[in-house]
Design a protein around this ligand. Sequence first.
Ligand code: 4AD
Ligand code: MG
Length: 431
Amino acid sequence: MRVAEIRHLPGLVGERVRINGWLYNSRSSGKLRFLIVRDGSGYLQAVVFRPQVSDRVWEQADGVTQESSMWVEGVVKRDERSPGGVELEVGDLGIVSLCPEYPITPKEHGVDFLLNHRHLWLRSRRQHAIMRIRNELIFAIRDFFYRRDYVCIDSPILTPAACEGTSTLFETEYFGEKAYLSQSGQLYLEPAAAAHGKVYCFGPTFRAEKSKTRRHLTEFWMVEPEVAWMRFDELCDLAEEFVSELVARVLERCQQEFAWLERDTSRLEPAASRPYPRLDYADAVAKLAGKGFAVNFGDDFGGDEETALADESGKPVMITRYPAAIKAFYMEPDPQDPSRALALDMIAPDGYGEIIGGSERIGSLELLERRIQEHSLPRQAFEWYLDVRRYGGFPHAGFGMGIERVVAWLCGLSHLREAIPYPRLLNRLYP
Ligand code: 4AD
Ligand code: MG
């Protein structure tokens, strides 16, 4: 018997196949049992007709419960009304493991309940669709860089020092020394850019965010390119090219998933093409003031400000040249106004907030030493990082994109917790 995946069935019409999977749902009508079976690759309506099956098959079709693991065997039939355009005329079936009452039912559940059952929640169709979109995004990211000859340089997770400020560091003990979980791979990429020119890292990063917001996880995945000789304007171009290409590709390849999520993809289409609007920080402050925000030059933007700064068109907006004082220690000053940094934030539309943060990096050894001091960072933990300036310094720039923020935006999620398989939040380390 040929074992098939549900997604391949449209090409197997008329053939007899066996599907291994789980019962998603079922309904009955007289001599008919309709079993919706899922196998991870898709959903299949398996039709059991009493006169055509043995007593054993009929009883099992009647007794199989939601999420029982099972197999069904039968002939693939064209059926325009079914998902995928096919259904299975069942000849035989078997229950592998009968499921006792499944905790997650089609009725409404509270978010805490669902998060406590995240390991099971992943099976539901909405979560399945989100993870498929995440998977496509991850592959598109790697492909983007591969096709442009970037080299993937994995950065360490256990580190001796902070990258993005000391307030969100997770500390741990490392054989009698203090170590921190990485907030960003950037510092390790800069030396690698001197070795390879164009590099990126893509891994888990950690921030001890002590607030509950819909935009923050304590563990999230960040992709970070770093490019030797790249200047600020080219960095903005790269960010724009990157995000527009990712959006276009996911839109093209995940239509089924977007349909399951009931996502209005016309809202995403503008972001699939360049250019994106660019807004100087000073103009952003003026725009916010015009909208009634009590914001002054020099202030950082919070979630509400970011939402208000987003473009109505559906394109992300790039805010440039922030005051150096509110940005990270490693950012190159703007030569036109050294109180500003050559910093870039990309804000997604529709309230999804900052998806990218990046900058040109400080080139001068002396200035970097001063910044490390001003930010009260432990100098000796950064000696190796200073070496990048000591031994053949070079202009370079890069950015980081948190992929859960992008998944949330693409999928239209109200909270980042659904954008990652196992979310880590202020009050959540289980499962
Ligand atoms: O702006 P951030 O802090 O930048 C950096 O870490 C730089 N070192 C990156 C670089 O230049 N190589 O973070 C970058 C992105 C944010 O724009 C956001 O998308 C995401 O990481 N991010 C978070 N995502 C989820 N939960 C959090 N707590 C996040 N903090 C940042
Ligand atoms: Mg940022």
